[in-house]
Ligand binder design. Sequence first.
Ligand SMILES: O=C(CO)COP(=O)(O)O
Length: 249
Amino acid sequence: MARKKIIAGNWKMNKTPSEAVALVNELKPLVASDEVDVVFCVPAISIIPCMEAAKGSNINIGAENMYFEENGAYTGEIAPNMLTDVGVKYVIIGHSERREYFAETDETVNKKVKKAFEHNITPIVCCGESLTQREQGVTIDFIRQQIKIAFLDVSAQQAATAVIAYEPIWAIGTGKVATTEQAQEVCAAIRVCISEIYDQATADAIRIQYGGSVSASSAPELFAQADIDGGLVGGASLKPDFGKIVNYK
Ligand SMILES: O=C(CO)COP(=O)(O)O
């Protein structure tokens, strides 16, 4: 079945709100496309101004993180209904930088994924192995574990609408993009894992992105793979190059 590609930018901790608005305005004409879903995941403080700037365009403004409680004494966190109240439909969950620097675990990722679905926000669920894990030959086992825990108690109906981002940690921000074969192999294994947890229809529906040093030159071949349904793009999403990535064909 044909899955619509989804190409998302992860701005990470870059751009002040006014710089963010300028970037949305700059990229707006470049990322125009009827063929793919386009998402800019921006720092929380820039979500509202970016939404305003993106009005009338095909750009969806998403969040980079969200907490798994509804409200309360969680200083510094952003609740799901704060996101939905301003129209956010996508949130990145469990990025490797959150896992590494902010102590996120497979269990907190699972709580956040469930909470996002409760609020009808599409989670972009991140997974990915370290260089040591790849060298030790445990990549697929490790990714399967991350996926199985992330989707605990998530229904097939919900999972079918999710986005998974496969981001090998060694390829993030390093300029070292995984080979097309490596990326396709793991994305295919993720789809098999989803078919085992749920069924083939769910596996056929779920969208799986590749992320890690995606550039205008690597995107066309990566996105042509059978199990790669788009990309989660860091550095190159902050540049006019992102327009080329979106219009990779
Ligand atoms: O972490 C990433 C996207 O979430 C990838 O970042 P880069 O594209 O900068 O390698």
